[in-house]
Design a protein around this ligand. Sequence first.
Ligand code: SF4
Length: 476
Amino acid sequence: MRKINEECGIIGIFGQKKQNVAQMTYYGLHALQHRGQEGCGIAVNDDGVYKLHKNTGLVTEVFDVRTLESLGEGNIAVGHARYGTAGSKGAVNCQPIVVNHVKGNLCVALNGTLVNYAELRSELELEGAMFHTTSDAEIIAYVITRERIKSKSIEEAVNRAMGLLEGAFSLVIATSTKVLAVRDKFGFRPLCYGVTDDGTYIVASETCALDVLGAKFIADVTPGEIVLFNKQGVQNIKDNCGKVQECPCVFEYVYFARPDSVVDGSSVHEARKRAGRFLAMEHKVEADVVIGCPDSGIDGAIGYAEQSGIPYGLGFLKNKYIGRTFIQPEQGMREKAVRMKLNVIKETVAGKRVVLIDDSIVRGTTSVYVVKLLREAGAKEVHMRVTSPKFIGACYYGTDIDSPDKLIANKHTTEEIAEIIGVDSLGFLSIDSVKKIPSNYACHNYCISCFTAEYPTKKPDLQGKSKFESKITKNV
Ligand code: SF4
């Protein structure tokens, strides 16, 4: 059912004293689980030594009381929740990555994707580096370690490495004495930090993780910034800031982030409602009820209803208890999979003209089933409104939006898509409006590349990268 996947949620903790940082990281990762459900890991530093546990599975599957206890206490921890692209699945690519080197150690957790992976990996291999994974985080760990050997401090090494890494990277990096939060100069993926009452600093992909840990939000890491946490407090290093026009991902507001998070100063819930309001202005329709496709279509439906005056109704109930390990129906039984996850509340839609709000249409297959469910429940008309523009380009910045030839909008007009998915009318949010859904849109130039197929960076050498993926040792 999940049409697009984010590739990761990250968290870092720096405490002034030894404490149960493993458990704190566990709770933080749980709050970030929506960003990656394929694998996760926690690394804890105690007296200069990292203990690490990582594996495939949800946070609650990978960690239990025993594994958390075995990580022990410490004052530094790094956590990661992962979604992996095809070809790079498996425990071997889970994070964090821990590297021991001549000057100490390094622990890295990444949210993002490098566009120069193939070049950097070839260069490092020719220098003698040995790789155990195909994770971009391992490349980053090596590049930073190489710079660290030549630098006086980890912050200097990271600052230098930022000039060599290209693409999307929000990072938590930790040594035995410091934690660093790093965001690429475009700021594609979010990263923020806060502090608890006892002075423990928390870095996280989203503010919802700060909330869970009782941390007060301090700031978002700005594009290009390094924020350093150590016993002396917080230091902001902005040498790489302002080097390009920043470009945070607008789709975080539409779909990826949790609605209770505030990303770069804008509430995700409010942004989704605004998307719904814009849609109501751009694509009016006579109807009896507005419903949202769970989860990220709900806020948009509320906004559409507020703007249009058409009442909002609860159209679907989502079964929250289908986990990753649920035995999926065999191929060809996709419809059953949708039914198991989503059930229509018939009383809301039967005999009515329904406006259905969803966040996106990728291949269109899920929409076909959702619309069929509404028809079978007796909806008289179904008018679909989408809180994002049409996808016409791939995303190279840490998500798995499909290759352009698989995107339905690249092959069909809006009218044709409406016919394929079986709706009476269809409307997508305009590109102008999607840029304005964050409340502080005037302060940022947002990335909209998957809607325009124009990119702020060079495109990655995907073939080059897949060569390395085919060489990975498989743990069986
Ligand atoms: S291409 Fe789309 S999904 Fe990727 S970062 Fe840009 S707006 Fe976000």
